[in-house]
Design a protein around this ligand. Sequence first.
Ligand SMILES: [Zn+2]
Length: 114
Amino acid sequence: MKKKERLLVFEKYNGKCAYCGDELIKGWHVDHIKPIIRNSKYSHKKKMFTTDGTCKNEYNNNLENCNPSCASCNIQKNSFTLEQFRNNIQQFIIWSVKPIGLQLMGYKRPMRLN
Ligand SMILES: [Zn+2]
């Protein structure tokens, strides 16, 4: 992504992460709201997958589909869609942040299998 395009993405949320609202710091990520699938191939020389900058679903690789994101949110979002990511966050909030309030409301925490 060109520097000019990156600046436009940065300004979409006034320099804040589109997901958690934190101020963006050096190393912030450009998230593709609808995930892109990068073309990659295995390099036997490097012993790893490498990308050539192209993607399979090029129609998702545009500025409207890009959100500024802190590294943490982008890594958590991974290749989930926005709805899947919101659902994951909701589950995290329900069972990690408000367990006492929910227990008082009669909810039972799901049992862990491990
Ligand atoms: Zn964030």
